[in-house]
Design a protein around this ligand. Structure first.
Ligand SMILES: C[S@@+](CC[C@H](N)C(=O)[O-])C[C@H]1O[C@@H](n2cnc3c(N)ncnc32)[C@H](O)[C@@H]1O
Length: 455
């Protein structure tokens, strides 16, 4: 509670005139508006009907509310005001019959930021490092509280919930050990706990999923957009081996890339299918629920099957009807013809995406021999597919490891997994993109390279 002073003018327009002409006399503190509601000294009944109309009544009680302008923060009493305000300001107040009144300003729960409140309510030993970081997915805020904060989880969750309008639910990761499907056990620590199904926008698409049952990481959106934009061309075939709920596959399908998207988690598969329908990409994206190893080995056949299933190996995509001018609609005898475009499905795969950074490299051996049938008697050179494999390249804290060294380490793991030599796949044929650092000495990379013809 802060003792301040406010000025009341009988004529409300003088509030802005005073604020404009005497800027140095009014309160200038961030997040505190200088115009405030004040209780009128007169009960409402004693005011004229005109005055009454101008005043808004606070919560139906008999005390009318009027507006005033707060004086500079160094002024704490009416005497202070007469001592500190310059002559011309005092003259203006007198001329306009203004009244200086004491006003107690209450900085309550609404005023303070989450971090400030947490500093005030958590035990003193946490003063320096209250937990404030979280990621947002749909309406859910997701925290990863350190062990010492766990006993205060619901308090922390409630403050975050109160202070962020769009958040309806706060969850905490309760174990850092991920499941096979890269999901984490989580606990709802504040807000709605009935459903963790969210809708999240990314890359101009909408993704729906149960946050507790599938993998989703909003921090990967640039990586999703990068591969789709930089590598995947309309009409090419892409196999997404660990597709999750579709953040590579669905936007790619939207730009007429032909996608075979796979995930072993039945829940991811279920939402992948939903997201394909939701974003109207069923013509260009097919979903599979297989182990990644089998999916890679069978991918050439899965593509052949798709070609056979489509008449003439072509996908026909309906186009939105062209908007016609009203006069044209009137003259036309025929109803508008549905417009379509056709995509011929190529018989070779252009890209594989493998975003399972913990172990994707160990799946590379599955490419061995799968294109042999194509390469054997082929007269023209076969375009081997590109692989975009995600991986971590962790090193001990304190080690000075250069980017070149990390590049060499990733390259060595890739050629070992493919069982090829550095002559087949030289270091400079593997480009390394730093996706993000999950910890200071645990970078996540995406290695992109064209499969050597002899795998
Ligand atoms: C790190 S997530 C990536 C998901 C998605 N590509 C993305 O960027 O959000 C890895 C995915 O691989 C799936 N997965 C794990 N093991 C798998 C396997 N052996 N075969 C196929 N998918 C698997 C998980 O269910 C999870 O959805």
């Amino acid at each position: 509670k802060i003792p301040m002073c406010a000025v009341k003018f009988p004529e409300p327009k003088n509030i802005s005139v005073f604020s404009k002409n005497f800027k140095n006399c009014i309160l200038r503190v961030p997040r505190i508006p200088h115009v405030v509601k004040l209780n009128s000294s007169k009960p409402k009944d004693e005011l004229t009907s005109v005055q009454n109309k101008k005043l808004k009544t606070a919560d139906g009680n008999n005390t009318p509310v009027t507006k005033g302008v707060l004086l500079h923060e160094s002024i704490h009493s009416v005497e202070d005001a007469y001592g500190k305000l310059p002559e011309d300001a005092l003259a203006f107040l007198k001329e306009n019959s203004a009244e200086i009144v004491p006003h107690e300003y209450v900085l309550d729960y609404d005023f303070w930021k989450a971090e400030e409140i947490l500093r005030a309510v958590l035990p003193e030993q946490f003063l320096e490092e209250v937990p404030t970081g979280f990621t947002i997915t749909g309406h859910i805020a997701h925290l990863n509280l350190r062990t010492e904060f766990k006993p205060f989880d619901s308090l922390i969750g409630q403050v975050i919930l109160d202070k962020n309008n769009k958040i309806e639910c706060v969850v905490d990761k309760v174990s850092s050990i991920a499941t096979q499907f890269r999901t984490f056990p989580m606990k709802v620590i504040a807000g709605k706990s009935d459903s963790l199904v969210v809708e999240q926008k990314e890359s101009n698409c909408t993704f729906k999923f149960d946050f507790s049952k599938v993998y989703w990481n909003s921090r990967l959106h640039t990586e999703h957009e990068r591969l789709v934009k930089q590598y995947f061309q309309p009409g090419q075939v892409v196999c997404d081996v660990f597709a999750g709920v579709g953040p590579f596959a669905v936007p790619a399908g939207k730009k007429d890339v032909i996608v075979l998207a796979n995930d072993l988690n039945p829940e991811s598969y279920k939402y992948l299918k939903e997201n394909i329908a939701l974003n109207k990409v069923a013509k260009t994206v097919k979903s599979f629920n297989m182990d990644g190893a089998d999916f890679i080995r069978q991918s050439p056949q899965l593509l052949q099957q798709w070609i056979q299933d489509e008449e003439g190996g072509k996908i026909t995509i309906p186009l939105p009807l062209k908007k016609r001018h009203r006069s044209q609609q009137h003259n036309d005898q025929q109803p508008p013809q549905p417009r379509t475009k056709e995509l011929i499905i190529p018989s070779h795969i252009s890209h594989y995406v493998m975003n399972l950074p913990d172990s994707a490299i160990s799946f590379l051996g599955n490419f061995r021999g799968i294109f042999a049938a194509h390469t054997k008697g082929a007269t023209d050179t076969i375009q081997m597919p590109w692989v975009h494999v995600h991986c971590f390249e962790k090193y001990p804290p304190g080690d000075q490891v250069t980017e070149d060294e990390l590049h060499a380490r990733v390259h060595a793991r890739i050629i070992a997994a493919l069982k090829v030599t550095a002559d087949d796949l030289p270091l400079n044929a593997v480009s390394l993109h730093l996706v993000r650092k999950v910890a200071p000495t645990k970078p996540m990379y995406c290695a992109s390279f064209q499969l050597p013809a002899n795998v």
